[in-house]
Write a protein that binds this ligand. Structure first.
Ligand code: ADP
Ligand code: MG
Length: 394
């Protein structure tokens, strides 16, 4: 189902499709962006994450072709691309680098034996690009659904997520986890998903249907040199596992270590490794606790856990930055905010706050002003409820 703003976007897409291709779009697909409520930097430690799909999405309108070619017009870039499915490879043309996501998906699906003979399409998204709300996953998952639909096939959504992950890793060349694609493919309206990134199973956890919203605030801080930082964190986590294995021989990832076990063996770890491990192990527990708190509709507890998550990311994992801290502090100064934390990998990107609907107006007015005062930057707010995952609309 489309929401009202998606309906309007689709009307425009239909008319552009008609002008562009001289025929009507037969098939329409939608895939949402996402926000992670809690469970940060736990995914590559085999742990839990708790994301929700958001009311921002990628829409694709398309009709089949029979000549083995894919033509796409990207409304966000006002640019067209054309490639043949058989010889698909990444483009280095900077004007259409966006089309690598589409090419990537055509490439993995073909490798998977999903047979389609081409497509004309118009694509349009309102997930902010490159802000950490995963416009890339929305684009990959929507493209994957398009190619399966055109092949007359159906695909298991977990499989779709895995293929989208392969596309981003092997073709686009970004070493991503599974969370973004998974939640875009499987999201459930008014629910967050507690995803076990080891078993790839999930449990849908209800969010209150009224009275509270998720407010995402973009710091608009340009990220610099973060890749090397992430690589250091990853290797510190591996170091922690290697050392803790001497004490707990059964473990293969930090996910296997309980908070009590870590406390009992902390002294074995060098300082920074101990801090990193402490974040991952306690964050994993907080993610499970948050799912329970949501099931009990205990928003106060949810807020506490989100606040603790931020402190842990800032101090133990050291992936926050001044802008994220200021935005979180501004959010917490509003009464009616249950909790606020950075969301995403860190060093910039967005914060997420759980906000009583009665406080939304005050939040929108004061938080950007406070943030501007302390940083000189403009925070961009997105108020959303949890949306449905990817689907074929037409
Ligand atoms: P994020 O996933 O956090 O938004 P990424 O850098 O991973 O940021 O992905 C953003 C890229 O995905 C864009 O630069 C573009 O190449 C592609 N993309 C996302 N949405 C669209 C869109 N609506 N149209 C064309 N390309 C898109
Ligand atoms: Mg991305």
């Amino acid at each position: 189902m489309l929401n009202a703003s998606e309906e309007l976007r689709l009307q425009e897409m239909d008319s552009i499709f008609l002008t562009h291709y001289g025929r009507a779009a037969e098939v329409v697909l939608r895939a949402p962006g996402r926000v992670n409520l809690i469970g940060e930097h736990t995914d590559y430690n085999d742990g839990y994450v708790l994301p929700a799909a958001i009311e921002r999405s990628m829409l694709i309108a398309c009709s089949p072709r029979t000549d083995g070619k894919v033509q796409a017009f990207a409304m966000n870039y006002n640019y067209s691309t054309l490639f043949s499915i058989e010889g698909v490879q990444p483009t280095s043309d900077t004007r259409e680098r966006w089309s690598n996501y589409l090419r990537a998906m055509a490439w993995v699906m073909r490798r998977q034996g999903i047979e389609f003979t081409g497509a004309d399409c118009v694509i349009q998204g309102d997930v902010p690009l490159g802000s950490g709300l995963s416009s890339s996953a929305a684009m990959l998952v929507a493209s994957g659904l398009m190619f399966t639909s055109l092949a007359g096939a159906v695909i298991d959504p977990v499989k779709l997520a895995l293929l989208a992950q392969q596309a981003e890793r092997e073709f686009v060349g970004v070493n991503v986890g599974i969370m973004d694609q998974y939640i875009s493919a499987l999201g459930k309206v008014n629910h967050a998903l507690l995803i076990d990134t080891r078993s790839l199973t999930y449990k849908a956890v209800p969010l209150p249907e009224t009275g509270v919203s998720m407010v995402i605030a973009d710091t608009n801080k340009k990220r610099g040199l973060v890749d090397s930082e992430y690589n250091t964190r990853r290797s510190e986590c591996e170091q922690a596992v290697a050392i803790l294995k001497n004490v707990y021989p059964g473990i293969t990832a930090l996910r296997d270590v309980s908070v009590e076990q870590l406390l009992a063996a902390e002294d074995e770890l060098p300082d920074s490794v101990r801090q990193r491990a402490r974040h991952v192990v306690t964050e994993n527990q907080r993610t499970l606790d948050m799912a329970s708190a949501l099931e009990a509709a205990d928003l106060k507890r949810c807020g506490e856990l989100m606040n603790q998550s931020h402190e842990s990311l800032a101090h133990d994992y050291a992936v926050s930055c001044r802008e994220l801290d200021e935005l979180v502090a501004a959010a917490r100064s509003i009464s009616g905010v249950y909790g606020a934390r950075m969301t995403g990998a860190g060093f910039g990107g967005c914060t997420i706050s759980l906000v009583a609907d009665s406080a939304l107006e005050e939040f929108s007015e004061k938080v950007p002003a406070l943030y501007r005062e302390s940083t000189g930057l403009e925070a961009v707010l997105t108020v959303t409820r949890a949306a449905q995952g990817a689907e074929r609309i037409r």
